[in-house]
Design a protein around this ligand. Structure first.
Ligand code: ZN
Length: 358
């Protein structure tokens, strides 16, 4: 299941900069004002993430962050993760670190690709990642998908209407991420990713396949020719917009490709980026500003203890329920598991809890 944690943006206390003291989610005590932020007038809540909860216990983080909970200014507001869309790099880095922190992946290197709407899959391993800050290393290749069997590498595809696809075999320890627009789907990027995933040791029938938020059939209008081209490969993708124009259902196409590749029950986020402006960036709607992401990583187990970030991840992750997630930056009044973990780690972000299988 894909679940918004701590809550979907705009749904009471976790999205946007406008939240004020005392207007927290129903049933929660009034929240005190948060401490002054670095360079804005008000600290944003931590980024909400759409996360695959079942995988956390198996040491896999697979998530789709929203556009909320970041530091970027309009039109990149607020959690833009794209470094090459004209946003201020410092804000993007801060956003990436915020997302990594919430996912319990702080300090781990991000692997990204120069996405070109093709079907190339880039194999990634820890030792050959280019040098640079963990969240801002140069791209590893020109490609539209990544696969790794290394723990501690964060695979990231950037999207704004295209569909992000994440694969994970928790037992064999293989993960993959793909970015698929209509061109990529027509080129077979999902099949190529599934093949690379299998070649790396992943077993589709024993793996999770997640299809993240994308432009929905309700909004993704295309020409007749494009619809025919993609539907020729995936009949399920043929759709019609609410206005009666030819359209594509990218998520349905991705699901069809995954099912054909042997993934038994792909999970679909079922969210439309175009008509959910409070949750998602949309190229169609906004003209190509911010980017959200599909993120998947094998949480390090054997390496735990070598770095403060990993040690903290393990400490926080052993027994903390996801329900302990809160949107406050360690503010007073933040009770329960998160507070305990925060007190011990000396800082206050909520963290997606990860428990390693023994
Ligand atoms: Zn829509």
């Amino acid at each position: 299941m894909l679940t918004w944690r701590p809550a979907p943006p705009g749904a009471g206390g976790s999205g946007g900069l406008e939240r004020e003291a005392g207007t927290h989610a129903e049933g929660s005590p009034p929240q005190p004002s948060v401490s002054p932020p670095v360079d804005h007038g008000l600290a944003p809540p931590w980024p909400p993430v759409l996360v695959a909860e079942e995988l956390l216990a198996d040491g896999v983080v697979a998530a789709f962050p929203s556009r909320a909970g970041g530091l970027s200014r309009p039109p990149y507001d607020t959690c833009n993760l794209g470094l090459r869309v004209g946003d201020e790099p410092r804000a993007v880095l801060a956003n990436r670190r915020r997302v990594a922190t919430v996912l319990g992946l702080a300090g781990l290197p991000w692997a990204t690709v120069r996405q070109v709407h093709g079907s190339t899959v880039a194999p990634v391993d820890l030792v050959s990642l280019p040098p640079g800050p963990p969240e801002a290393k140069p791209v590893v290749a020109e490609a539209d998908a990544l696969v790794t069997a290394d723990e501690g590498v964060v695979l990231v595809v950037l999207v704004a209407d295209c569909v992000p696809v994440l694969l994970a075999d928790p037992e064999r320890r293989v993960v993959a991420a793909a970015h698929a627009g209509w061109r990529g789907l027509a080129a077979g990027v999902v099949e190529a990713t599934a093949a690379a995933f299998s070649a790396a040791g992943g077993r589709p029938s024993a793996s999770a396949a997640l299809v993240g938020p994308a432009a929905g059939p309700c909004c993704y209008e295309v020409g007749e020719d494009v619809r025919a081209r993609v539907a020729g490969r995936y009949p399920e993708a043929a759709a019609t917009t609410r206005a009666g124009r030819p359209a594509l259902d990218l998520a349905a196409a991705a699901r069809a490709a995954l099912t054909q590749a042997g993934f038994e029950r792909p999970l679909l986020a079922g969210e439309c980026t175009v008509h959910q402006p409070e949750r998602h960036f949309s190229y169609r709607r906004d003209g190509g500003m911010g980017r959200q992401a599909g993120i998947v990583a094998l949480v390090p187990g054997r390496e735990v203890g070598r770095s403060p970030a990993l040690a903290r991840l393990r400490e926080v992750g052993q027994s903390r329920a996801l329900d302990g997630l809160r949107s406050d930056e360690g503010a007073a009044g933040d009770e329960g598991a998160t507070r305990e973990a925060s007190a011990r780690s000396g800082e206050g972000p909520p963290t997606v809890s990860v428990k390693r299988r023994r």
